[in-house]
Design a protein around this ligand. Sequence first.
Ligand code: ARG
Length: 462
Amino acid sequence: MTTLWSGRFDGAPDRDAFEFGVSFGFDRRLFDEDVTASISWARALGAAGVLPLAEADQIETTLKQLLERGRSDPAFINGADEDIHSFVERVLVERIGDAGRRLHTGRSRNEQVSLDLRLYLMRHIPLLQRGVAGVVAALTAQAESAGEALMPAFTHFRAAQPVLVAHFFLAHVAALRRDHQRLAGARADADALTLGSGAIAGTSYAIDVEFLARDLGFSRVVANSIDASSDRDFAASFQFACALTMVHLSRLAEDLIILCGEGHHFFELSDALSTGSSMMPQKKNPDPLELVRGKTGRAIGHLMAMLTTLKGLPSGYNKDLQEDKQAVFDAEDTLAGSLAAVRAVVRGLTLDREQAARAASGMLLATDVADYLVRRGLPFRRAHEVVGGLVRKLLAEGREFQSLSAKEWRAVSELFDADIAAFVTPKASVAAKRTPQSTAPAAVERVLADVRAWLDENNRRR
Ligand code: ARG
């Protein structure tokens, strides 16, 4: 095995140590980006007069053939090479000899590996964003078909106040839209050309880096060559965006695991997306949701691993940075798989309207009773006390607000008129809300319209 650096050494490297340092097993995933970037580099070398144009052309043509080959036959990207960069150079030299040996002029793997990963993320983040939009679309469809169906919302996981089922789904949409935005931010962090940085100090050939940036689809060039070889902020940003998206999927999964279960049963999971038990014949388990919740630990772990790898590194490239790739790839795979699973589960949910509405009634309406007294002039703190006393009495007697006669209401407070009964229903409770972010049906409808427009806009831009 010859390496890109064997000239410096008398003998072959220690086999185990070499194997320990090999990254080709996982960085072969950067094949497309590595070859694409090398094609641009060859053009830039030609344009700068470093290579005769004919030779630059020959390199470009051959790299394009390799690109085709690797795309159609992934098994081609294989060998005892140290890493993807060594592989591409080896097969290029095998085909065109010395012209291939000129490609690495003025360039270092330090800038190349960062460039490849940046390009990879710029290409792949939009796919994850599409996955996020897919879950948003599924949640939005559920919100639409729920119409004005009611359910309780929880605080401290105790039933708190009635809300529209649509409002619940749109709560998760709100978080996922932030994730979509955060992924766009991670993509923007990756969007800087590192070529021209050399190993650490820059390059002594008159490379037109602005041309290279344009040619490869970057909107800017890095500001400093030392920073360029050390910087993996873009990878950490990506991992943070993945980890937080996973956290949101996990919380949605947790909500659904509980709300589909026997204790609540506001929704029923599709049979096709549930699993049974090997022993208990009655079981219908929400495995995909549990797996999403479980895999979230992995995504968070990758972010911690990346930050920990970076924290002690001196400036410039250090081999520690090779650890960035597996973490990035696994975060990507974990998120992509989880997005698809959650989308399918959400699409397959069936709402149990009666069960959800029943749970939205009863003592949950206590705040509405207090608000009634406030509208009639009682200070809120006093109203809270009065209604608190009433709740205590009703609980002791096993009764609900709706069972109180006009006379009984009066006995609690003179301020209660005959119309109180009309205020103490879940439907009246949601209708009474006034703010744009509230569960008032008109407000929810406006948010739904906004999400629909956002989804359309996303579809158009694809
Ligand atoms: N496989 C290496 C990595 O992933 C490529 C860069 C190697 N650079 C070097 N100076 N050894 O980081």
